[in-house]
Design a protein around this ligand. Structure first.
Ligand code: SME
Length: 302
């Protein structure tokens, strides 16, 4: 049995490309939703007078991917507080929204929506409404980024690599329970798919972090609580993005080539930080909030 949900997430080229990457999504097509004219054309919608939102119709197999997961992933690619604007795109056609056709759906969507609203600490600008109408966009707007790989995309391109990785890691790790085995393959997949300089784990061992599975040059084996970027992320229990490691007080240089770094805490079953995922780049400013968002999701599945 198939199900269908409609997501307006700003420019539909990037939104479609994103949903098309998801395992369990059978079809993602671009179109125009919830406007007040008949059979709108792109040029008409573009004038911002038709009431339509650029929208992606997502047909999925609920046994492989749930509505809650789809909604959760949708929130990873929007700024839910932004009114009529996503990235550089401005206008009511770029508003965000989730449009449903089945009255049982809003309750499921609400769970994620309310969680996001709480996180944001302000009312979200994302519409949650029944679908009133939807018209398919013209052929040239279907699979736009496949047809134009260098074409405009309001989403950072690494988003697409991250979402594939997020789905791939659980497939590789399967039911394996040994944490070393899980971390070893996770480090290899992250490093290979994202092309980082160093990817590895440090694990809490008494008052220090001890080196765990990693990919890349040999690294220091012990880091004290509150020391370096890793020890600070452990102590503060939050992700640290360091655009220039030379500016970070107490940074521990395992390799002189390392220029920027991101460290994501790993939480044990008791909710306590039990280690960190550390990723280094040999370029300055390689990491930002996009990396933090996706690597936190990836850390949670490892
Ligand atoms: N730079 C880290 C140490 C680990 S290496 O990057 C692999 C830090 O300051 O904690």
């Amino acid at each position: 049995m198939e199900k269908t949900i409609y997501f307006a997430g700003g420019c539909f080229w990037g939104t479609q490309h994103f949903f098309a990457q998801l395992v369990g999504v059978k079809e993602a097509v671009t179109g125009y939703a919830n406007g007040h004219t008949d059979h709108p054309k792109y040029e008409e919608v573009y004038t911002d007078t038709t009431g339509y939102a650029e929208t992606v119709k997502v047909v999925y197999n609920p046994e492989r991917i749930g509505l809650e997961t789809l909604t959760d992933l949708f929130f990873c690619i929007i700024d839910p507080l932004s009114v009529n604007r996503q990235g550089h795109d401005d206008g009511t056609r770029y508003r965000t929204g989730i449009y449903y056709t089945d009255p049982s759906e809003p309750e499921i969507i609400r769970k994620v929506y309310d969680r996001e609203e709480q996180k944001a600490g302000a009312p979200l600008a994302v519409e949650l409404e029944p679908l009133r109408n939807f018209f398919l966009a013209e052929e040239r707007h279907q699979d736009y980024l496949d047809k134009n790989p260098e074409g405009y995309c309001h989403l950072p391109l690494k988003t697409f690599r991250y979402v594939r990785l997020l789905q791939e890691i659980p497939l590789y790790l399967g039911e394996e329970r040994n944490p070393v085995a899980r971390m070893a393959n996770a480090a290899a997949l992250i490093q290979e798919r994202m092309g980082f300089f160093w990817t590895g784990f440090y694990l809490a061992d008494g008052e220090t972090l001890v080196l765990g599975p990693f990919q890349g040059p040999a690294a220091c084996m012990r880091i004290g609580f509150g020391k370096g970027v890793c020890g600070t992320a452990w102590k503060e229990g939050r992700t640290l993005v360091v655009p220039d490691v030379h500016q970070f007080p107490g940074h521990i240089a395992c390799s002189s080539l390392s220029q920027s770094e991101i460290v994501v805490p790993l939480h044990g079953k008791d909710g306590k930080v039990c280690g960190v995922l550390d990723i280094d780049s040999d370029q300055l400013a390689s990491f930002d909030e996009t990396d933090a968002l996706w690597l936190e999701k990836i850390a949670a599945v490892i």
